[in-house]
Design a protein around this ligand. Structure first.
Ligand SMILES: [Zn+2]
Length: 110
């Protein structure tokens, strides 16, 4: 089901194309199985314009991993809390180790 934003003046046009009225939501919608193309101009597109209709498919941010400035991707599946000969050069190159040691010093001084 696709919710539509149909201005009152265009409701008859939408109805003629097959849109249905949902009295609970007080909105027009395209029933399942009906092509949405003819209703394109009424489809709610902008972010937040129709909050709650399909939150899972709209929230693109939820799918993005959170990456900080000191994020380093390591292909090696080693213990992150132990030094690893294979990963250490990468961490030094990226500046991660410097940042890590700075944090350690900071914590040690507390
Ligand atoms: Zn490693």
């Amino acid at each position: 089901m696709k919710v539509l934003k149909v201005p009152y003046a265009e409701k008859d046009e939408a109805k003629a194309l097959g849109a249905r009225w949902n009295p609970t939501r007080k909105s027009w919608y395209v029933p399942d199985g009906v092509a949405v193309e003819p209703f394109a101009k009424w489809l709610a597109g902008g972010a937040g314009s129709d909050a709650g209709a399909e939150p899972s498919s709209r929230d693109a941010r939820a799918a993005k991993p959170v990456v900080g400035s000191k994020y380093v991707e390591l292909a090696h599946a080693c213990n992150p809390f132990e030094e690893c000969a294979e990963c250490k050069p990468k961490l030094i190159d990226s500046g991660w180790l410097d940042a890590h040691q700075a944090v350690r010093k900071l914590l040690a001084g507390l």
